[in-house]
Design a protein around this ligand. Structure first.
Ligand SMILES: Nc1nc2c(c(=O)[nH]1)N[C@@H](CN(C=O)c1ccc(C(=O)N[C@@H](CCC(=O)O)C(=O)O)cc1)CN2
Ligand SMILES: NCC(=O)N[C@@H]1O[C@H](COP(=O)([O-])[O-])[C@@H](O)[C@H]1O
Length: 212
């Protein structure tokens, strides 16, 4: 698979479960002329999460598809991807989205996730949000960072597209690490979206090749 060359804005679905900070960053980059995107669909997996108000304040179509309303992952995922098809999105971006989803064939390599650590460290079941940074500090690692990857049907397992590292000091709190990593995320995720829309990401088996 090679990502398509788009000579138009990249149409994104943005999936959230919490505060919507990554969505806010996408919108700020778009407003600054740094990111050529349209966001025809925001999906929130938790009714009342903070990101819904942010999406609505930005005039976006935000729909709640709550995990708890579905018996299993397949039914939940079917509802999500039906809306993505109806809104004709190019790419689905997981942006602080906390539920496992099943990715259908037509969205293979069209779903991306950002994880706030350097995969394969501090990732998988149980590692999300602040828990990741708490684990990083308690293990005493000296480097953390963030990873953008294509999602497959396991948590944090699909082909890695890009990573950005940040230092961790012995005196850092989890909040300190979270702030440093989030700064890196705000650069890395938009950069990967630009590469995707420029047709520069190729998946070869479990690796990606980024064209110059
Ligand atoms: N098919 C995929 N679905 C999702 C992926 C993915 O890579 N493939 N990534 C996650 C995002 N994620 C980290 O990047 C992540 C999110 C949540 C969890 C987790 O352990 N969740 C808890 C439930 C948390 C809650 O709802 O409060 C759990 O499963 O018990 C791990 C990793 C999004 N989906
Ligand atoms: N494993 C997924 C994960 O931890 N995602 C992380 O959630 C934050 C955004 O959440 P928010 O939308 O609540 O601000 C981001 O830091 C993202 O990396």
């Amino acid at each position: 698979m090679t990502s398509p060359v788009l000579n138009r804005p990249l149409k994104l679905a943005v999936l959230i479960s919490g505060g919507g900070t990554t969505l806010t960053n996408f919108l700020a980059q778009k407003a600054a002329g740094q990111l050529d995107i349209e966001v025809p669909l925001v999906i929130a997996s938790r009714p009342g999460c903070g990101g819904i108000a942010k999406a609505e304040a930005a005039g976006l179509n935000c729909e709640v598809i709550a995990r708890r309303d579905f018996e299993n992952i397949e039914a939940f995922s079917h509802a999500i991807f039906e809306r993505c098809r109806a809104c004709e999105v190019d790419l689905v971006t997981l942006a602080g989205f906390l539920s496992l989803i099943h990715i259908p064939e037509d969205f293979l390599y069209r779903v991306m996730n950002i994880h706030p650590a350097l995969i394969p460290s501090f990732c998988g079941h149980g590692y999300y949000g602040h828990k990741v940074h708490e684990a990083v500090v308690s293990r005493g690692v000296k480097v953390s960072g963030c990873t953008v990857h294509f999602a497959d049907n396991e948590y944090d397992h699909g082909p890695i597209i890009a990573q950005s590292a940040v230092p961790v000091k012995g005196t850092d709190s989890p909040d300190d690490v979270a702030a440093r990593v989030f700064e890196a995320e705000c650069e890395l995720y938009p950069e990967v979206l630009r590469l995707y829309a420029a047709g520069k990401i190729k998946v070869v088996e479990r690796r990606t090749v980024i064209a110059d």
